[in-house]
Design a protein around this ligand. Structure first.
Ligand code: AMP
Ligand code: MG
Length: 316
């Protein structure tokens, strides 16, 4: 299959509307979309990514009014979060509307829904005219794609089209909050921070033990994620590291250890989040074997960065 690389939002939307699978930019990471009314496209999407069928997809909408096509009920807490954070990097898990097929929700009675803020994504979704199921546009298990080149690297020849856009400004997947039960629960940390969420809905809890439950609330979290080929070694800000190898790298906010061949020192947590997955991919391209990653504290955006680093290292 030839993957059409285009800058035209109209062309990309018409390919999706004809039953194609199309990668597109968002502010979090690039997404790989299929119309929820195109069952064949949905199964091709799982195949292209190598994604297990029991890992549900987030449904994307271009404006809040479209929520009723996707969700069956929106409780008061969800309404407050929508008012504060839509459009933006927040996914809400809500009771699903019967129009959403079980292939999208992996058999669940709930659906994850997000309205991205990126103007290219919103125009694309508007032209699609239907809700679009879209996981991250990377091969399953690899770091998410935060620029179009990374999408091509993983999915060239496996998808119908890539709508080329700018690099993702956040670079980390959306925050996920489950609003389908009595107590809203943070399922995945992201750029909308726990502190920001709790300022709007104080009763939100962070459920760090999800993946140890027999029936995880967020099925995707039980799979390995975000992992480059290189091994990840987590370190603290003040830790002395004897890198000493010519195939090691460092990313963090402190000065890099001596002896690393490649490093990225980020001035802010925002920069750390934005650069992380691109740096992982760069390290793999350079044949780096060990990446030392500095763990930030879990305040604010630090929680999301810690979460991705720990999963990439296989320690959570
Ligand atoms: P990705 O799109 O690759 O960032 O992955 C989407 C994440 O959202 C996965 O971890 C899924 O398990 C999670 N997710 C999607 N839909 C639901 C849902 N209905 N309930 C809980 N988690 C969901
Ligand atoms: Mg993903």
């Amino acid at each position: 299959m030839q993957t059409i690389l285009t800058d035209s939002i109209e062309e990309a939307a018409s390919i999706l509307n004809a039953g194609g699978i199309v990668a597109f930019p968002t502010e979090t990471v690039y997404g790989l979309g299929a119309g929820i009314g195109h069952p064949e496209a949905i199964s091709r999407l799982f195949l292209a990514k190598g994604r297990p069928a029991d890992n549900p997809l987030i449904v994307h909408i271009f404006r809040t009014e479209q929520l009723e096509e996707v969700a069956a009920a929106i409780n008061l807490q969800a309404q407050r979060l929508i008012k504060s954070f839509f459009p933006g990097p927040l996914t809400l898990v809500l009771p699903k509307n019967p129009a959403v097929p079980y292939s999208v929700t992996a058999g669940l009675e709930t659906v994850g829904v997000r309205c991205p803020a990126n103007p290219v994504a919103r125009e694309f979704l508007r032209l699609c005219g239907c809700a679009v199921a879209a996981p991250s546009a990377n091969r399953s298990g690899l770091p998410s794609a935060t620029n179009w080149e990374a999408v091509m690297q993983d999915l060239d020849g496996k998808i119908d089209c890539l709508l080329r856009g700018k690099p993702s400004t956040i670079g980390l997947e959306s925050t996920i909050v489950d609003c389908s039960g009595a107590t809203p629960m943070l399922l995945r940390a992201g750029a909308v921070t726990l502190e920001q969420l709790q300022a709007v809905v104080p009763e939100i809890t962070a459920n760090a033990l999800m993946e140890q439950e027999e029936q995880p609330k967020c099925p995707g979290l039980k799979y390995p994620h975000y992992a480059p080929k290189a091994s990840i070694v987590l370190c603290r800000a003040d830790e002395k590291i004897a890198a000493g190898s010519d195939s090691s790298a460092f990313i963090g906010m402190s000065l890099p250890p001596q002896g690393v061949t490649l490093f990225k020192v980020c001035r802010t947590l925002e920069e750390y989040g934005r650069e992380l997955f691109g740096f992982f991919r760069l390290c793999d391209a350079r044949g780096i074997q060990v990446i030392y990653c500095e763990l930030p504290s879990s305040e604010g955006l630090g929680r999301a960065i810690r979460d991705r680093l720990m999963r990439a290292a296989g320690v959570s």
